[in-house]
Design a protein around this ligand. Structure first.
Ligand SMILES: [Zn+2]
Ligand SMILES: [Zn+2]
Length: 361
């Protein structure tokens, strides 16, 4: 697939950039007219020819990289931040991004430590050592998608504003998918640049191991974005879409479905994460999906653990999960999380219509 540019409305363009990932053929960057130049939001992933694809997509809508006066990233995953270094250098502009970017900057600058973290998740989940060794070989050969590790020139946090010809964009923290995630909102046109927080095809991904409760953070972020009342969502992958509320409801529903499946699977425990995964996802574990499925399931288990619904025990290697009994749950609820998490969990978990569910990134 080639890079492609298209106008969404006067002064706003979608730059559709190819991705080397199976099942996720492209990601979006956005160009917004700003006082004779352009603000670029997100970058596409870095690899052989990727800067040429970005140049081609800009050229198709009559823009050039030199016109970029500011680069802002919705979050520090490689498909949204990977080309930040060469863009900043070519355009001589600033990079703005949320300061909680260690999940990416630490991993990208020390890939062996990042691999060690993944192997530890695999070990705790109950993956045998020889399978971990095969995974490690595969991981070492994967391209990082990051041209060079650079940190933001300014922190993209609430209170910061981005001025464009379409008006001012405000910054809204939306952790969950990644600790560094923000959405940008243009109030007069009710436009939301949602990164990977909301996607047209509902799919869930949480960075595991950087914050205590990515799933809980994601649910809070959905509440925050719902209050913005956006009319058009410009997502990090796929076409812009209008039914923003429906997509938020669909995300809540999918989280609820996953939590219920994980809870039911732990109810047949004590079980390792490897034993729980097949009850939650309709696919068998393989070297290509294991890291994804194990870390997602761990995120759900941590969320349920904080709510006092499950607990784990370790034999020194693998953790085994089981459902808490009613009396243990009661004691744990009041000790660890009080009433607020449970109350908000129940209020969020009201049934809603089931959306189309497809994998994306
Ligand atoms: Zn992402
Ligand atoms: Zn993405």
């Amino acid at each position: 697939m080639l890079g492609r540019g298209e106008r969404v409305r006067p002064g706003l363009w979608r730059l559709r950039l190819p991705l080397p990932w199976p099942g996720v053929p492209h990601g979006n960057a956005w160009a917004i007219a700003a006082d004779g130049g352009i603000v670029m939001v997100d970058t596409g992933t870095y690899g052989p020819g990727s800067m040429a694809e970005l140049g081609r997509s800009l050229d198709q809508v009559g823009l050039e990289l030199d016109q970029v006066t500011l680069l802002a990233c919705t979050h520090a995953h490689s498909d949204h931040w990977g080309q930040a270094a060469p863009i900043r250098e070519r355009a001589d502009c600033e990079l703005w991004m949320h300061p909680n970017h260690a999940h990416a900057t630490k991993s990208a600058s020390d890939p062996e430590a990042a691999l060690a973290r993944r192997l530890e998740v695999g070990r705790q989940s109950g993956i045998p050592e020889d399978a971990l060794r095969r995974y490690a070989e595969r991981f070492r050969n994967l391209p990082s998608g990051v041209a060079d590790v650079i940190e933001p020139d300014r922190d993209l946090v609430p209170g910061m504003e981005i001025d464009t010809d379409l008006g001012t964009w405000t910054v809204h923290e939306t952790p969950g998918h990644a600790p560094s995630h923000v959405c940008l909102f243009q109030r007069e046109h009710r436009l939301l640049i949602s990164g990977d927080h909301l996607l047209g095809r509902i799919s869930l991904y949480f960075d595991y191991g950087w914050t205590p409760d990515p799933v809980g953070e994601f649910l809070d972020s959905l509440d925050r974005v719902e209050r913005l009342d956006a009319r058009l969502c410009l997502a990090g992958h796929g076409r812009p879409f209008v039914d923003v509320r429906g997509h938020i409801a669909g995300n809540r529903q999918l989280v609820r479905t996953r939590l219920e499946s994980v809870l039911a699977a732990a109810g047949r425990g004590p079980r390792t994460v490897v034993e729980i995964v097949p009850d939650v996802y309709e696919e068998a574990l393989s070297t290509s999906n294991a890291s994804w499925l194990l870390s997602q399931t761990m995120c759900y288990l941590r969320h349920l653990e904080l709510m006092g619904r499950v607990a784990s025990e370790s034999d020194g290697e693998a953790e085994r999960w089981r459902v808490m009994t009613a009396s243990a749950t009661c004691a744990r609820r009041s000790r660890i999380c009080g009433r607020s998490i449970l109350t908000s969990y129940r209020s969020r978990m009201a049934p809603v219509a089931r959306p189309e569910i497809r994998r994306s990134s």
